[in-house]
Design a protein around this ligand. Structure first.
Ligand code: FPP
Length: 224
């Protein structure tokens, strides 16, 4: 059995990469998407079941409208162009986060989720308009509303990641050592890798090095 089931990634550094190489933050996002495709492929090769990608946080709305619009256009084009290919590769797409986008994007996201819902090879959880604190608050509210006990199982079952095992690995690229409101509940026992490279420069080789390091770790989960 593969001890590595779930990898979560904070894909940081697109803006800096774009500015450095093309004097354009948006160009960095475009190249970042190429890295996403490489990492999806490498995840399948490594027989990983879940890949969670932080594509847009609840805090990212504070960016200039031109960058926000570009990111959503990129997402829309990616899904329109690739969803049938992803489906053919037996990839399931799930959105985690608050799905309150434009009517058109909400419809597209729903279509992609429905189309791929029975696929079993790799589940990609795309974190969009995602914030971990509000996810936990919503979970607690839901438990209260349903008059259930507050315990770990009930909280886990009320998160967007219900029925998804916690990440074994969390990777953050971009030479920044913070968690940025990402999966705070779910990464309690994840092995965390902070990587200096900016996301567009990150590649399958870097990914495989992390996986190799992970496979050598002895994970005690608080025991000895
Ligand atoms: C963080 O880098 C990256 C994002 C906020 C967006 C991530 C988006 C992509 C990788 C491309 C789109 C993905 C999909 C799936 C369509 P940053 O902009 O904060 O970089 P910086 O720290 O250098 O400013």
């Amino acid at each position: 059995m593969n001890p590595l089931k779930h990898v979560a990634i904070i894909m940081d550094g697109n803006g800096r990469w774009g500015l450095k190489n093309y004097n354009s933050r948006n160009k960095g996002h475009r190249y970042g998407l190429k890295t996403v495709e490489k990492i999806i492929k490498a995840s399948i090769q490594n027989k990983i079941s879940f890949l969670t990608l932080y594509a847009f946080s609840t805090e990212n709305w504070k960016r200039p409208i031109s960058e926000v619009s570009y990111l959503f256009k990129l997402l829309e084009n990616f899904l329109n162009n690739k969803i049938f290919d992803l489906h053919k590769q037996q990839i399931k797409l799930k959105i985690i986060g608050k799905k309150n986008f434009s009517k058109k994007l909400n419809k597209l996201l729903l279509f992609c989720e429905n189309k791929t819902k029975n696929n079993k090879k790799l589940q990609i959880n795309l974190a969009l308009n995602y914030g971990s604190k509000s996810e936990i608050i919503n979970a607690v509210k839901l438990i209260n509303k349903n008059k259930k006990k507050i315990n770990e199982t009930n909280i886990s079952n009320c998160l967007y990641t219900k029925n998804i095992p916690d990440p074994d690995i969390l990777i953050r690229t971009g030479n920044t050592n913070r968690l940025s409101n990402f999966l705070l509940w779910q990464i309690s026992y994840s092995e965390i890798f902070f990587i200096k490279k900016l996301w567009p420069d990150f590649n399958e080789k870097d990914y495989n090095v992390i996986i190799k390091k992970f496979l050598k770790l002895k994970r005690n989960f608080g025991s000895i």
